[in-house]
Write a protein that binds this ligand. Structure first.
Ligand code: GZL
Ligand code: ZN
Length: 336
């Protein structure tokens, strides 16, 4: 599948600059707020009612993503946003989407907790004539059941984290423990796969891998278990699928008398403010960014879909990577 990359600057900027890589006619197409979004199709700007089924409030990343979505799907932008956070519960999220269908919203946006289980309710939305746009995580359902998806390349994030670990530890026998994201979620699946590909052939051994559900408490309690099982000396590296679990691991390592970032190296994914601060403080060693500022683009895609304008099936937002030195240079100017 050809990928359309959106530069981080454009995503964070006032209008979503869509760098469509798929056809010359779309090259550099700039979609902005003036694009007619009226579902009435008569060009008048009626309010667009959007049901947004958010994953939950599990991490700093999620808070930044929710803020980005609420800012973009604002009254000033012509939206009436019906917001639901599913508290990381896939069944609750699916019933929230069913409620949106029953309410007869104009469009539905979903940040799916897990990949599977979406076929039926997406078919119901399609049968009801309500377009669905996915943001952030992906689903395993057929892509004719949703209009478009905007998010991050989780697999590439895992590869970048693994490449750093391979570079850092290479042929030194290294005991690694993994703090996995929510079981069944696209980022957990893809970040694990990408990382394992990147460390293939190195002397890094995964001695344990469990889910901390993307939460700080989850990361802390799983790390406490690892320390109890293997001892601080038995662990050289922590790979946490997000900053929040890495921050929990830091608490557990310090409580056991260890020095995170030195005795035990830590690599995480997200680059939210607290994670970047720990990186600057030397408690995390490397962070791969996962940009949560998806609201502008998601809102533009919804307007385009309702106006009958063609949209891409996938929009990838680009990520960066940060060493401790790079984090110190940029931390004060980052939007999240
Ligand atoms: C990734 C997103 C993940 C973040 C976590 O796009 O789905 O969920 O990496 C968040 O912090 O909980
Ligand atoms: Zn791969």
């Amino acid at each position: 599948m050809r990928k359309t990359f959106i530069s981080t600057m454009a995503v964070a900027g006032a209008s979503a600059l869509v760098l469509a890589g798929c056809s010359s006619s779309d090259e550099g197409k700039v979609a902005d707020d003036t694009t007619a979004g009226a579902s009435g199709g008569d060009g008048t700007s009626e309010v667009i009612t959007v049901g947004f089924a958010q994953t939950g409030a599990e991490s700093g990343w999620r808070s930044a993503n929710t803020e980005s979505m609420q800012n973009a799907f604002s009254e000033d932008n012509g939206f009436d946003l019906v917001f639901n956070a599913a508290d990381n519960d896939p069944a609750a999220q699916i019933s929230a989407v069913r409620n949106f269908i029953n309410q007869g919203v104009d469009a539905i946006v979903i940040a799916p907790v897990v990949e599977d289980g979406w076929d039926d309710v997406l078919q119901e939305a399609k049968d009801a004539g309500i377009p669905v746009v996915l943001e952030d995580r992906t689903v395993s359902a057929s892509d004719d059941l949703y209009e478009s998806w905007v998010g991050l390349d989780f697999h590439a994030e895992g590869v970048k984290a693994g490449e750093w670990a391979a570079e850092e530890f290479g042929d030194t026998p290294t005991n690694m423990v993994v703090l996995e994201g929510t079981t069944g979620s696209a980022p957990a699946n893809e970040r694990a796969a990408g990382f394992d590909e990147a460390i293939a052939g190195t002397a890094i051994e995964t001695i344990d891998s469990q889910t901390g559900d993307f939460t700080r408490d989850g990361g802390k309690s799983v790390m406490e278990g690892y320390i109890a099982n293997y001892g601080l000396d038995g662990i050289d590296l922590v790979y946490a699928h997000n900053d929040d679990m890495g921050l929990g691991a830091i608490e557990a390592i310090e409580a056991a008398g260890g020095t995170p970032g030195e005795d035990i190296k830590i690599v995480t994914i997200d680059a939210v403010k607290d994670g970047m601060q720990a990186l600057v403080d030397g408690k995390i060693n490397y962070i791969v960014e996962c940009n949560p500022m998806l609201g502008e683009l998601a809102a533009q895609i919804v307007k385009d879909v309702l106006a009958g304008t063609e949209v891409e099936k996938t929009y990838y937002v680009e990520d960066q990577t940060f060493t401790q030195e790079q984090a110190a240079e940029v931390i004060d100017e980052r939007p999240y």
